[in-house]
Design a binder for this molecule. Structure first.
Ligand SMILES: *Cc1c(COP(=O)(O)O)cnc(C)c1O
Ligand SMILES: [Zn+2]
Length: 423
């Protein structure tokens, strides 16, 4: 079988065969799926993509595969592992939330509305499809939670054996329960995400297991579709900013790569500025951005477990996306994340902590004057509210000013009226 793409090293530029099973270049650099854009030019248009939406075809119904020419062109549809995913809501947020962030208006793309509750499904549909292209029967990942939940679901869908490596005690319950429920063999390991990733990479390299962390370049191809879908949702009107959280930095890398491809193909005429928001306790990219240096790994610590990553794999690709879009990197504290989360949740939208770094970052960049009050801003919410119920209940039982604790009340009409303030 031959394919139209190659795997190109982002560090040294060496081009490898598109189905080479390697995850990195000999030089250690990560790989990009490099498409033959000239060959694709005549096959893609805004119209082709928009018209598929609402179609009945199995691939058209996916918010990833309806952009298939720019994802993995000409893959055998029978090998495509799709739920389908994507087609998430782009919310015009209530004015109270936009006001709080300091903006005239704000739109939030809710990737927590994917089938397993996070954007990881967009990368996993392509990652598991790539596993099948490679003839793999076993797949594995290290995960702070959502990657494992998603991988376990797609593996189960296709009858692949799934191995999940999670840092013991540092994974939200919603996510751990998904991995278990979908039947993945789940190993809880001492240490953190970064050490679990090093371990799974070594096991996969030597034991015929297909690695599905975001170092896998096919994951990022699917995640590009978040940007494609935002543009399609907006009638291809380019927003001023797209803001998203950064952990291992696959998602910001993917967003930037996809938008650059759209521009190269003439589907958009400029890029939105990409702002990557890190948690202050897990902010190696932010430090590198401020210091204009290479990221230095840190011991990560933040309430936002999905971005609790100290040694991000895709930093080079992410910085490329930030630079080429004239974007930036910002960091926010856990207190800022939780305050933003209370607002996002309270607006009836709701998302897990890492997602709310997006809104905390928007508020901070607005307050600094970096984002204008009338700017067109799209924030990405990456995961569902129910992923991490412990954080929610702890917050609302705390002494936070906007806490909404459950009230213990005697089961009588007078006591209930009293508690509700109706008397
Ligand atoms: C994975 C994840 C992130 C971080 O994405 P990266 O690609 O690792 O930067 C953020 N939020 C949620 C909910 C996630 O699951
Ligand atoms: Zn290289």
């Amino acid at each position: 079988m031959s394919v139209s793409w190659t795997l190109d090293c982002v560090a040294c530029g060496t081009s490898h065969d598109g189905l080479d099973p390697r995850m990195t270049c000999d030089c250690g650099g990560t790989l990009d799926v490099a498409h033959d854009l000239d060959a694709l030019r005549g096959r893609v248009s805004r119209r082709v993509f928009d018209d598929r939406r609402g179609g009945r075809d199995r691939l058209d119904r996916s918010g990833v595969w309806r952009f298939r020419e720019l994802i993995l062109p000409d893959v055998d549809p029978d090998l495509v592992a799709t739920k389908p995913e994507g087609n998430t809501n782009l919310y015009d947020v209530p004015s109270a939330l936009a006001d709080w962030a300091g903006l005239d208006a704000l739109q939030l793309k809710h990737e927590g509305e994917n089938p397993s509750g996070s954007f990881k499904d967009r990368g996993m549909t392509t990652g598991v499809t790539a596993a099948r292209l490679h003839g793999a029967t076993k797949v594995a990942c290290a995960s702070t939670g959502n990657t494992s939940a998603s991988m376990a679901a797609y593996a189960a869908l296709c009858g692949l054996e799934a191995y999940v490596f999670v840092p013991a005690g540092k994974i939200a319950y919603g996510k751990l329960s998904q991995a278990l429920a979908f039947g993945a063999k789940t190993l809880q390991l001492d240490g953190d995400f970064d050490s679990a990733l090093a371990l799974v990479r070594a096991i996969c390299r030597d034991h015929g297991v297909y690695l599905l962390n975001s170092v896998n370049p096919f994951r990022l191809e699917g995640q590009k579709a978040i940007g494609f879908e935002i543009l399609s949702d907006l009638g291809w009107r380019v927003p001023d900013w797209i803001v998203l959280p950064g952990g291992n930095l696959g998602n910001s890398s993917a967003l930037g790569k996809g938008l650059l491809e759209l521009k190269a193909l003439g589907l958009i005429d400029r890029l939105p500025r990409i702002a990557v928001i890190q948690a202050a306790g897990a902010a190696p990219l932010y430090r590198a951005w401020v210091d204009d240096a290479v990221p230095v790994p840190v011991q990560a610590d933040t309430v936002a477990t999905a971005i609790r990553i100290g040694d991000p794999v895709s930093w080079r690709k992410s910085l490329r996306a930030v630079r080429e879009s004239r974007g930036l990197v910002e960091s926010v504290t856990d207190a800022e994340i939780l305050a933003a989360k209370a607002r996002v949740d309270g607006a009836g939208i709701g998302a897990e902590p890492a997602s709310c770094a997006t809104v905390a970052g928007i508020k901070k960049l607005r307050a600094a004057g970096t984002i204008a009050q009338d700017a067109h801003v799209v924030g990405i919410l990456t995961g569902h509210l129910l992923k991490d119920p412990d954080v929610v209940v702890a917050y609302h039982r705390s002494d936070a000013a906007d806490a909404n604790p459950p009230v213990q009340v005697e089961g009588t009409v007078p006591a209930v009226l009293e508690a509700l303030g109706l008397r």
